[in-house]
Design a protein around this ligand. Structure first.
Ligand SMILES: [Zn+2]
Length: 69
C-alpha cells in the first residue's frame, strides 16, 4: 500500500480500490470525494459493500476545502 501523508483536519478526494475476495468492488477503482482526514491525519475509509478497509491509491486535497459548519 502506498504511504500517503495526510494533513490533519483536511478533506481529500481519493481514488480507492478493494482487495477483499468475493467483494463486488474487488479490483474496481473508484473515486471517493471529500474524505475527512480526521484530527490525526488518518482518514477512515471502508468499502460500503464489504465494510472492510480499502486501499487508497491516490489522494488530492479537495479544492476548495468544503466549509465545515
Ligand atoms: Zn470491498
Amino acid at each position: 500500500m502506498a504511504i500517503i501523508a495526510f494533513e490533519p483536519n483536511t478533506f481529500y478526494d481519493l481514488t480507492v480500490t478493494c482487495h477483499v475476495t468475493g467483494c463486488r468492488n474487488n479490483g474496481r477503482i473508484w473515486g471517493c470525494g471529500q474524505v475527512y482526514s480526521n484530527l490525526d491525519g488518518t482518514p477512515d475509509v471502508t468499502d460500503g459493500r464489504c465494510g472492510q478497509p480499502i486501499e487508497i491509491l491516490t489522494a488530492l486535497k479537495t479544492d476548495p476545502q468544503p466549509s465545515v459548519s
